[in-house]
Design a protein around this ligand. Structure first.
Ligand code: UDP
Length: 429
């Protein structure tokens, strides 16, 4: 049995006013041929991080357009999440020890989760490395391939993956019918399944991104003792080495020497599948020391989606100082809110930040500080880039585009159980 997740309902029709009639019409047309198709998404956490953010919108939207879509969040113990965090870090290029014991923990948890999937689906989307052995486990258990098309959705940048970690994972990924990546450059040359490129997207109607009254933003700032009358820099990201919260504080300190009264808000949720989170939170708090203008907040302080929305809207400058980034949904979230944005140019960030137009690139803390100070001194430039950012996101990174790409992928792969008469369409994403 798959545990039922409590996710809010979404209607495709609600997006018409934002993206235009044509976009939603096309989604409905594409979905018509897939009516009743059973879709299962599997990932490692219901909360925290970009994948759960995406699924909490994609799953109800797929249901709304006539597919029968379910979401299985893996069950695992701390040893499993320690193993998958090591695997995740290794896939992003960090030297890690990938031991035989970790490998066995990972396989065993995948086997246990596979046993919970007693049904059959037309399409199964396996998100990231944590559940990548579910298909292998099902094949082994039953002695035959489970029905349906199996898609491995990789959200991370594999460019510098450690050889041993990738060599371990690759045979499991290789059993899938297709693999989906955010960028063409993330794809490993030795990957077997056919590849599709689908960058992630944000939901403009979620509590994270919906419009909010100024008075509510103000009351949120009051609640966290952030002064609305002084400039605010914000980074919203898990406490994680790749998000470089320490470097953000260094940049802030430099900028503060030039901009009196500058405040920094770091918001980071503690994801269920991220055992490193607390360690990096502690390090960040220690680095902030006694500076009362640095606010380090988590979901445990009540800083949830709505508060993230408020802080992003209240920010004079949003920063994203990632050292590696699969995509970085937070950047699209900030651009959608017409924020001035300074980010590194790693991974999927350049898809969203067009340097000098929708935001600015920076490298180290010095450079971040310079760009922050310059933006703060040029409000018109901030306004202009915020408007360009919102339009860029509207055209490229809203959930309707993401949904459309998945429908195209499903139609392209075809489902044996569905009507035969369907014409495959070319995948243009
Ligand atoms: N997020 C959040 N609260 C936080 C930190 C992050 O809700 O305190 C959300 C953030 O708004 C975004 C997602 O988690 O929607 C992070 O996705 P992203 O792709 O930026 O990074 P990931 O965590 O997947 O590496």
């Amino acid at each position: 049995m798959i545990p039922v997740l409590d996710i809010a309902r979404r209607r495709a029709a609600s997006y018409r006013a934002i993206v235009g009639e044509q976009v939603v019409d096309e989604i409905e047309q594409l979905a018509a041929d897939l009516e009743g198709a059973r879709v299962l998404h599997i990932n490692a956490t219901a909360f925290g991080g970009g994948v759960s953010e995406l699924l909490s919108t994609v799953v109800p939207l797929m249901n709304d357009i006539g597919l029968a879509c379910e979401w299985h969040v893996m069950e695992g113990d701390p040893a499993f999440f320690r193993a998958t965090k090591a695997m995740h870090n290794g896939l992003q290029g960090m030297p890690v020890e990938w031991s035989a014991e970790m490998a066995e923990t990972w396989r065993a948890t995948n086997r246990n989760n596979a046993r919970m999937l007693e049904d059959s689906w037309d399409f199964v989307v396996v998100h990231d490395a944590q559940p990548a052995a579910v298909l292998a486990a099902l094949e082994m258990e039953s002695g035959r391939r489970p029905s349906g098309r199996w898609i491995w959705r990789c959200h991370v940048d594999l460019t510098d993956a450690r050889d041993d970690v990738w060599a371990f994972l690759n045979p499991y990924v290789g059993l899938h019918d297709a693999a989906v990546f955010t960028l063409g450059s993330y794809v490993r040359h030795d990957l077997r399944p056919q590849v599709m490129i689908i960058p992630p997207a944000i939901d403009p109607l979620s509590p994270k991104n919906m419009p909010i009254e100024k008075v509510a933003i103000r009351s949120c700032l009051d609640r966290y003792k952030v002064d609305p009358n002084r400039p605010i820099v914000v980074q919203v990201s898990r406490f994680d080495p790749w998000k470089d919260p320490i470097g953000v504080i260094d940049a802030f300190r430099l900028a503060k020497t030039e901009v009196r009264g500058l405040q920094l808000v770091l918001v980071g949720s503690m994801a269920d599948d991220d055992p490193e989170g607390w360690e990096w939170y502690e390090r960040t708090v220690a680095h902030a020391a006694t500076d009362s203008d640095i606010h380090v907040l988590t979901n445990l302080d009540g800083a949830n989606s709505f508060e993230v929305n408020c802080f992003q809207r209240a920010a004079d400058v949003v920063v994203q100082k990632s050292l590696r980034e699969g995509f970085g949904l937070v950047v699209s979230e900030a651009l959608w809110k017409e924020r001035a944005l300074v980010s590194t140019s790693v991974g999927g960030l350049p898809l969203q930040v067009v340097d000098g137009s929708t935001g600015r690139f920076a490298t180290d803390s010095d450079d971040f500080s310079d760009q922050i100070v310059d933006y703060l001194r040029h409000p018109e430039e901030r306004r202009r880039s915020g408007l360009a950012g919102r339009e860029h996101v509207r055209q490229n990174f809203l959930i309707t585009r993401y949904l459309r790409d998945y429908l195209l992928l499903f139609r392209h792969l075809g489902a044996p159980r569905l009507a035969e008469a369907r014409q495959p369409v070319e995948l243009t994403a």
